[in-house]
Design a protein around this ligand. Structure first.
Ligand SMILES: [Fe+2]
Length: 180
């Protein structure tokens, strides 16, 4: 297999977003991320056995502001349902797995959340959450993944939901939000 580096991925992502910053373009970026996950040098450098623990930004585009982060998670975690504000997000799994659940809000006297679908991301697979798509993630200890977002999430407000009540909070992403 031809090597496909982080630089190749970022060049292709920039070109895709310039041409079509929409669902079709993001699906193309999701497939490109799966190609990047096949690059063993990339995985070893950013999500190998001896990498940083926690999250680390490994690229931010100076012109279009999309970001690539590498997550090497030591502890298991279940996130609450959330979105990424006005940004889309693509998660690509390197090691272990992440269970993804998509939610939607329903009006039933008051706003509630209901599950739309769930799927497991195995190593080599990437999943897209489009703008405003509510999702939660659940991963075991040792999960390693790459996340690409359309903007720097540390500067973006997003919605976080209580799955039981559907209650929504708008939170700024500084701090724990960056774990999601
Ligand atoms: Fe997320």
């Amino acid at each position: 297999m031809m090597a496909y580096s982080l630089n190749n991925f970022c060049d292709d992502t920039r070109a895709t977003l310039r041409e079509s910053d929409d669902s079709a373009g993001r699906e193309k970026i999701r497939r490109a991320l799966e190609q990047l996950l096949t690059d063993q040098a990339f995985c070893a450098e950013h999500a190998g056995a001896d990498n940083h623990t926690g999250m680390k930004q490994i690229f931010e585009d100076a012109s279009l502001n999309f970001c690539v982060l590498a997550y090497n998670m030591r502890a298991p975690r279940i996130s609450p349902p959330h979105d990424h504000g006005s940004s889309w997000a693509i998660y690509g799994q390197v090691a272990e797995y992440t269970d993804m659940t998509i939610w939607r809000t329903v009006e039933d006297g008051e706003e509630k959340l209901e599950q739309v679908r769930s799927f497991r991301l195995a190593p080599g697979q990437a999943g897209l959450f489009d703008t405003k798509e509510i999702h939660s993630i659940d991963y075991p200890a040792g999960s390693k993944f790459i996340r690409v977002t359309g903007v720097d999430m540390s500067k973006e407000d997003r919605r976080v939901f209580d799955p039981a009540t559907g209650e929504v909070k708008v939170v700024s992403s500084v701090g724990t939000g960056s774990q999601r």
